[in-house]
Design a protein around this ligand. Structure first.
Ligand code: PHE
Length: 454
């Protein structure tokens, strides 16, 4: 290929862009909910241990694979061993599926931001506001188009001038907003009960499923097994340390997830008078419960906190969707050799077409579903519960037994510094991670098929 590969300007740009991908909707609604469900402090502890072992090994592997080959997922595996090109093809399917529906949800977030900014907190706090909104045919589609248009605009500007620049602006704002809202939330009346609930380890809730749930969350939260870290690694300069970058991305991602818990749980406790079931799960928490909490805050503060919250969620969602689109664009360009502009336009149009069923699935197309799962749910289940564990498993086998961990250890050490945790990397990639991933896959399949619920 004649075109020169783009790159991040340096370590900060790389770390912030990768952290921008990792910090997303998963950190803000899924992590607090899971932590509350699986025993508070004990879940936090398990999550932390997994992040520095399992998460560290998989993320290092993907980034090193990308940097070594200088290719996106679709070519990276084949570049090292032709027979395994299929893993790259499978990995490339994941972001193609996720980008459209993730952008539909991103559109909802953008809508809620404007509702709060324009003083509509009371309307948004109504029980049926959210379900009525997503059931409409045109308005959610419009927000989806806006969200994907914004994403495409950033990707159009390229790696350094688009992705990196936007991450450098949005990520610091996101951190400041999260800290401010968490502090406010902890000061609400009755909030301390929520803080205690969040931190206090409840050993009775600890079981193998705690570990499994933490692992599944970690995977998703660190944007693993979707080709993103391979692509970002391919844009990384050789003199930037993979080792310390991975540590920083992990601290960023886990730190924001942890703070999100401090932001969401005390506020919901304060509002519900200590009723933990109000934490609910998934979209309900973010689009139904939290607007009620914000609306209950007296005076103009409710509007301010609500608007700040949705702004931060919007930034988190945008930097994640940018990483998804950049990954898809990079895959198409590696494969077809097209220019960035043309690829961006084609990918945006393709994603819009694929996203339409997800957007309409809550209204005019709600009759098309499997066991009550709408289009959006089905894309989500297929990519997160089935495809991602398969890709992660194959990636471990590829690194552990085909190219051998040493190949990537050499890549990590090419900046002249020793790879301190290489023993851990080796053991994780070859033995622990593949076994754990198979367990995640089995439990997901049992869960999806309704045989057993974890
Ligand atoms: N890591 C993201 C999160 O925690 C998940 C994600 C990233 C999803 C990128 C899609 C694309 O929400």
């Amino acid at each position: 290929m004649s075109q020169k590969r783009s790159s991040f300007s340096g370590k900060l740009g790389f770390v912030l862009a990768a952290a921008g991908s990792a910090v997303g909707l998963g950190n803000i609604w899924r992590f607090p909910y899971l932590a509350a469900k699986y025993g508070g402090g004990i879940f936090l502890l398990v999550y932390l241990i997994l992040a520095v072992t399992f998460g560290f090994a998989l993320m290092t592997g993907e980034i090193a694979l990308g940097r070594k080959t200088g290719k996106s997922a679709i070519e990276a595996f084949g570049a090292l061993n032709k027979k395994y090109t299929f893993i790259g093809v499978l990995a490339s399917v994941v972001p193609i599926i996720i980008l459209p529906y993730y952008s539909v949800i991103g559109g909802w977030v953008a809508k809620y931001l404007t509702v709060f900014v324009s003083g509509g907190a009371t309307a948004a706090a109504d029980d049926s506001y959210f379900t009525n909104f997503i059931a409409q045919p045109f308005e959610p589609l419009g927000w989806f188009l806006l969200f994907i248009g914004l994403t495409a605009l950033v990707v159009l500007f390229g790696v350094e001038k688009g992705v990196e620049k936007v991450s450098k602006i949005m990520m610091p704002i996101l951190v400041v907003l999260t800290i401010c809202i968490a502090i406010y939330s902890m000061c609400m009346p009755g909030a301390m009960e929520g803080v205690v609930y969040y931190f206090k380890p409840d050993f009775s809730k600890f079981s193998a499923t705690t570990v499994l749930a933490a692992m599944g969350q970690l995977f998703y939260s660190m944007s693993l097994a979707m080709g993103i870290m391979i692509t970002y690694g391919s844009y990384m300069k050789k003199d930037v340390s993979i080792n310390s970058s991975v540590s920083q991305i992990e601290i960023f991602d886990t730190g924001i997830a942890f703070l999100a818990g401090l932001m969401v749980i005390p506020a919901v406790f304060s509002f519900s008078g200590g009723d933990e079931t109000a934490l609910g799960k998934g979209p309900g928490l973010m689009f139904i419960t939290l607007p009620k909490v914000f609306n209950s805050i007296p005076g103009v503060m409710g509007t301010i906190i609500g608007a700040a919250f949705f702004l931060l969620v919007l930034f988190a969602a945008l930097t994640s969707s940018i990483s998804l689109m950049e990954t898809v664009v990079s895959i198409v360009r590696d494969k077809l050799g097209w220019g960035r502009k043309l690829t961006c336009i084609v990918v945006a149009i393709g994603s819009i077409l694929l996203g339409i069923p997800s957007s309409l699935g809550f209204g005019v197309w709600s009759h098309i579903n499997i066991n009550g799962n709408t289009f959006l749910d089905m894309f989500d289940i297929f990519s997160n519960s089935i495809l991602m564990p398969i890709v992660a498993f194959l990636t471990c086998i590829f690194i552990g037994y085909v190219i051998k961990p040493q190949t990537l250890i050499d890549e990590v050490e090419c900046d002249g510094k020793a790879f301190k945790r290489k023993g851990l990397f080796n053991v994780m990639i070859k033995y622990v991670a593949p076994i754990c991933i198979v367990l995640i896959l089995i439990s997901s399949i049992l869960d999806v098929t309704g045989i057993a619920k974890i």
